[in-house]
Design a protein. Structure first.
Length: 335
């Protein structure tokens, strides 16, 4: 029996919330945990860059498992379980090389979670016109917001290892949520009749789409330094853990507004180039605001940092959100 759109929407919203809750702890506070383990800045940069490389290599093959054998529910739940086990193992790691290896395994486990949640959502939107991608996906941002604010206040009084325990707990919650809300039959695939004509004819991405993907990738890459060292940089500027959590959370408020504006455009075809241009422009503003904060007196530093975080999330979302729906038809395995 096909669920009614309202029930399906609530389940998809819960899936996104569970998928992004852990990221609300990981992004602001995992770099600080790495520093607490004595890793120098060079190693922190390497460790935080490794997941990006790993995801490029393994995401597509792992996503095909949802279509071929496991199904989206089993794949997401198994991935969350793997992530939780690796987080516990990190507690015993001291050597930078060991930490780096564990982070690689963690990235492999994380790789299919959000793409599968996105693809399952996009396919549901195409089949149920009443669903709204923006309203579904914003629950992931709300979960990030709550985790980053709450984590910041808790970490004011808890030791650094509490970061890992929070991540472990949220991974277990994500596993349980995925098992409960994703239909057993759900798969991240596209029916033959839904494939765009150009893609259906050749089975390849059009050249123009490669340029769109490249533009989005360059914009996303510009955020790498902030993701890796933003929290450490803000702490060096004199901000507390609670304030750092708030800075990350403020950016997510801007992201929620972006999703409210994107609304029903995602998953049904949208002005992808225009959205990416807006995202790139916001990224330029972000960099300028972040650089300006260093030269200001300490009481005045929070304003440009707040502006930079808001611009960064606007940039990330407006550059990324058009890409997934455009490339979703390309992920169906052949045979």
């Amino acid at each position: 029996m096909i669920p009614r759109p309202i029930g399906l929407g609530a389940r998809l919203a819960a899936l996104h919330a569970a998928s992004f809750g852990g990221i609300g702890i990981y992004v602001p506070f995992f770099p600080i945990w790495l520093e607490s383990r004595g890793l120098p800045a060079s190693w922190i940069g390497i460790v935080l860059a490794l997941p990006i490389v790993v995801r490029v290599l393994v995401t597509a093959p792992l996503i095909t498992l949802a279509d071929r054998s496991m199904g989206a529910r089993r794949l997401i739940a198994a991935a969350c379980l793997g992530v939780s086990v690796i987080y516990l193992t990190l507690l015993a790691a001291r050597d930078p090389v060991v930490v780096a290896v564990l982070v690689i395994f963690m990235a492999v486990a994380q790789a299919p979670i959000i793409p599968n949640a996105d693809l399952v959502t996009i396919q549901a939107i195409r089949r149920e016109p009443r669903l709204d991608y923006g309203r579904l996906r914003l629950w992931g941002s709300i979960a990030f917001l709550i985790a980053s604010i709450g984590g910041g206040y808790f970490l004011e009084v808890l030791p650094a290892d509490a970061v890992i325990w929070f991540l472990f707990s949220l991974a277990i919650c994500a596993m349980a949520t995925a098992w409960a809300v994703v239909p057993d039959s759900a798969a991240a695939r596209v029916d033959a009749g839904e494939r765009p004509p150009a893609l259906a004819a050749s089975g390849k991405l059009p050249l123009a789409l490669w340029f769109v993907i490249g533009a989005g990738a360059c914009t996303q890459a510009s955020h790498g330094a902030l993701y890796a060292f933003g929290s450490i940089h803000w702490r060096d500027l004199g901000f507390s853990s609670a304030t750092i959590g708030l800075l990350w959370a403020i950016g997510v408020v801007a992201e929620i507004l972006v999703f409210a504006f994107l609304g029903r455009g995602v998953g049904r075809g949208s002005a992808a180039v225009g959205l990416i241009l807006v995202g790139a422009g916001a990224g330029i503003f972000r960099s300028a605001a972040l650089a300006a904060a260093q030269d200001l007196p300490r009481p005045s530093r929070c304003r440009p940092c707040t502006a930079s975080r808001s611009a960064q999330r606007i940039s990330a979302r407006w550059a990324h959100s058009p890409i997934s729906p455009l490339t979703a038809p390309a992920v169906e395995p052949k045979g």
